[in-house]
Write a protein that binds this ligand. Structure first.
Ligand code: ATP
Ligand code: MG
Length: 460
């Protein structure tokens, strides 16, 4: 496979496979622009379309992008192609925390440090209404400074659908970290369920093995349901007390995070400095990527008329908005104005130069004036005055992937009904040669190996 196919959206160079889960593969990658290391989680759209959780994922992503905490893997941006969704995340260089435990149980102070960081991260997200619901070793990572990083926060739709599918039992092998009320499929409180999982994690850090374990799955469920576990002899009294309060099978009497913080084992060795640090870290900020994307757009040169390289100057839709624009997802109705419509979008598989020629040809046929406003932005203006002045329409071309462009047509002046008629009678039929799919309408089903190649990833 050549080097070009390892480059994602002209922005990230994909490297080795870091790991694989139920819905996704995670790759190491580097930003071509800044050289920054990132982890990219690649999800098959088809898989999540099948389980019907797109809208929920979309909501959760928008929350996740706003949650920033030193012990939570930061989601930098989300991108999409026809078949895949890419989560570009902070890269945790230290790998999974449990690789450490696999080498032997941790010293009490080290376990306490990680438990503090875990509780801080979980509490912070809960305060923002975000639950994890899938806290387990694979999601507890470390950075290069041996600080904990929780991943997959906010993707509870994925965790939930795994359970409803019964996949919890087959793919993940063990429900060892899952609270009894979750296993019993009674309605449950995400906060309390996360607290239970934190208790299991604390036990594993200190003991080096699981509190609930049995080769027979039913027996394991029984043990979880009754919180039937035994602390090894080296567990100090105060941590035993704390664990019994966390691993309480009844969610309503289970200890809260506030009370965990007050427990004597938790408070031991908690310096003033780390308290201040935690207070300072609990801020929400929006990711920088949006700003970067818009400045990239503004800086686009308008002077050159050369159509050949125009595609390199078009706006790249790097945002997660692509998911909602993608015909495969068919979320279009959520975003459309009620009739009559003032805007329309289509996806084209033609190069930008062909799209531009077609727009110019269309203007000529329909006796409209056309002018170029920016790289990839064109303005059509009517030559006859209508009910509300002259009609004007913006057409903007965006790069989705090197093989796909998105064209957005928007009425910017004149009467909407007149525009609608002009659109239906002139613009739409006039563009049919270059349209692959109008947004909100079914995507053509033909198979094209070249298109599939766009989504290829390096071999594992
Ligand atoms: P599940 O299917 O339940 O989500 P999982 O959490 O193991 O299981 P993924 O979230 O897809 O699956 O992650 C797969 C593996 O990739 C993880 O086990 C982890 O080792 C690695 N990984 C995930 N995110 C990162 C990251 N940000 N930095 C480094 N490694 C990561
Ligand atoms: Mg994970």
């Amino acid at each position: 496979m050549d080097n070009r196919s390892n480059v994602l959206m002209q922005r990230y160079e994909l490297g080795r496979l870091l790991g694989q889960g139920t819905f996704a593969k995670v790759y190491y990658a580097r930003s071509i622009q800044t050289g920054q290391s990132v982890a990219i989680k690649v999800i098959d759209k088809e898989k999540i379309v099948k389980v019907g959780i797109i809208q929920q994922i979309k909501r959760e992503i928008s929350v996740m992008r706003m949650v920033r905490h030193p012990y939570i893997i930061h989601l930098y941006e989300v991108m999409a192609t026809k078949t895949k969704i890419y989560f570009v995340m902070e890269y945790a260089k230290g790998g999974e925390l449990f690789n450490k435990v696999a080498k032997g149980r941790l010293k009490e102070d080290v376990a306490r440090k990680y438990f503090h960081q875990l509780i801080n991260a979980v509490d912070f997200c809960h305060s923002r209404g975000v639950y994890h619901r899938d806290l387990k070793p694979e999601n507890i990572l470390l950075d290069e400074n041996e600080n904990l990083k929780v991943s997959d926060f906010g993707l509870s739709a994925l965790a939930e659908s795994k359970r409803q599918d019964g996949l919890l039992h087959t793919t993940c092998g063990t429900p060892a970290y899952v609270a009894p009320e979750v296993i019993n499929r009674k309605g449950y409180d995400g906060i309390k369920a996360d607290i239970w999982s934190c208790g299991v994690i604390l036990f594993v850090l200190l003991a080096g093995y699981l509190p609930f374990h049995d080769s027979n799955l039913m027996e394991m469920y029984r043990k979880i349901g009754k919180a039937d576990f035994r602390c090894p002899s080296w567990f100090p009294q105060d941590v035993r007390k704390l664990l019994f309060r966390i691993l309480d099978p009844n969610p309503s009497s289970r200890i809260s995070i506030a009370r965990i913080r007050e427990s004597s084992w938790f408070k031991k060795g908690l310096s003033l400095k780390s308290k201040v640090q935690d207070a300072e870290s609990s801020t929400i900020s929006l990711p920088d990527t949006d700003a970067a994307a818009s400045s990239q757009h503004e800086n686009a040169s308008t002077s050159s008329q050369d159509k050949q390289d125009v595609s390199s100057r078009l706006s790249n839709l790097n945002a997660f908005d692509i998911i909602s624009l993608s015909a495969g997802f068919d979320l279009s109705r959520l975003f459309e104005d009620p009739c009559p419509r003032k805007e329309a979008r289509f996806i084209s598989r033609k190069p930008a130069s062909i799209i531009i020629s077609k727009l110019q040809e269309l203007a000529k046929c329909m006796k409209l004036k056309i002018s170029k406003r920016d790289a990839g932005l064109f303005k059509f203006e009517g030559t006859k005055e209508g009910r509300k002045g002259f009609l004007s329409v913006d057409a903007e071309i965006f790069v989705l992937t090197p093989a796909f462009h998105l064209v957005e047509m928007k009425k910017t002046g004149g009467d909407t009904l007149e525009y609608q008629k002009m659109f239906d009678d002139g613009i739409r039929p006039g563009l049919q040669d270059i349209v692959w799919a109008w947004q909100g309408e079914p995507q053509p089903q033909q198979h094209n190996p070249q298109v599939e190649q766009q989504d290829e990833l390096p071999p594992d």
